[in-house]
Design a protein around this ligand. Structure first.
Ligand code: FES
Length: 314
């Protein structure tokens, strides 16, 4: 049974408060802590490890295995160290947890600054994340293996109009359908997406370093150059870590927005630069052109995930 977020919380010697939030480990997707709002004193939110929950007799009540004095020693929640699952969109987490109403929190990786702990977190993310991802996300596994669909497809196709992008340095998602075919299988349409940023000169400089970006076909022939001064920059919709889809999100620490990947919480700025998380390289810039009518055209290149350098797969 899972407690409601309003469940009363009892210690061995009496009631101490009510559950106000839960904290979830983004990797195991299990509750790691309950946050209990004290019913006396300042009404502080205390972070109680789930291991302290001895029983959940019914939806309205949880029982801790400690005394109220020991409860008072649990740390007060630092709300800024967490984001809600709406910020990171961990797929189907709410279905799994059945806790409502209220906030389900996950730790915010930018605050994982202690080096030994950070290294531990990164290694754990790689190890456990891979274990979790592989059986669940077969397409991701296929994405890591080469080559799966057709050979390099260098055709241009339209994804939408840039007039939809109103502000600079904000991620805007274009969705589109693309046909693909595996050996001996009928062609299927899959939904894909590309993020486009209307970039300021500073962001253009960060992305291109003042040099036009060249793209090649499988024989090594130049097929296109993105101009270093091009105001629109398109990023592949797949996270370079393990290929998950990411989102543009405003968070407390990044009120202007960042690209946030829900799978292992890699964070990228508007120039695609990795700010935090296990991603091995920046977001992948795609060949892109915008015609006089504002129509965006791209070549939908796919690169191998999980490696530092770009290795073209499709
Ligand atoms: S797939 Fe792991 S951080 Fe995006």
């Amino acid at each position: 049974m899972q407690p409601k977020l309003t469940a009363k919380t009892r210690c061995t010697d009496g009631e101490v408060g009510t559950v106000s939030k839960v904290i979830v480990d983004p990797l195991s997707r299990e509750i790691s802590h309950v946050v209990v709002r004290e019913s006396n004193g300042q009404g502080a939110d205390r972070r109680v490890p789930i291991s302290q929950v001895q029983a959940v007799p019914n939806e309205e009540e949880i029982v801790l295995g400690c005394s109220s004095e020991a409860f008072g020693q649990f740390p007060v929640l630092d709300r800024d160290a967490y984001v809600t699952i709406h910020d990171v969109e961990i797929a189907h987490l709410e279905d799994h947890l059945h806790v409502e109403p209220g906030e389900i929190l996950v730790p915010y990786p930018r605050l994982e600054r202690g080096v030994p702990r950070r290294r531990f977190f990164t290694n754990m993310t790689h190890a456990i994340g891979t274990l979790i991802a592989l059986p669940l996300v077969f397409p991701v596994l296929k994405y890591l293996m080469k080559p799966m669909y057709k050979p390099f497809d260098n055709s241009w196709f339209s994804i939408g109009n840039v007039r939809k992008i109103k502000k600079e340095n904000i991620g805007y998602q274009f969705k589109f359908q693309k046909g693909f075919q595996e050996a001996f299988m009928p062609e299927q349409q899959i939904e894909k997406n590309i993020w486009v940023v209307k970039a300021t000169p500073e962001v253009q400089k960060t992305v291109y370093g003042g040099k036009d970006k060249k793209f090649y076909d499988h024989k090594g022939n130049l097929i296109w150059m993105n101009k270093a001064t091009s105001p629109y920059i398109g990023y592949s919709g797949k996270c370079p870590h393990l290929g998950c889809g990411y989102k543009w999100r405003r968070t407390k620490n990044f009120p202007d927005g960042v690209f946030l990947c829900p799978c292992h919480l890699s964070i990228y700025d508007e120039a695609g630069k990795v700010l935090d998380g296990p991603a091995p390289r920046p977001l992948d810039v795609l060949p892109m052109q915008v015609n006089a009518a504002g129509e965006v055209q791209v070549i939908d290149i796919e690169y191998k995930a999980g490696v530092r350098n770009q290795v073209r797969l499709l």
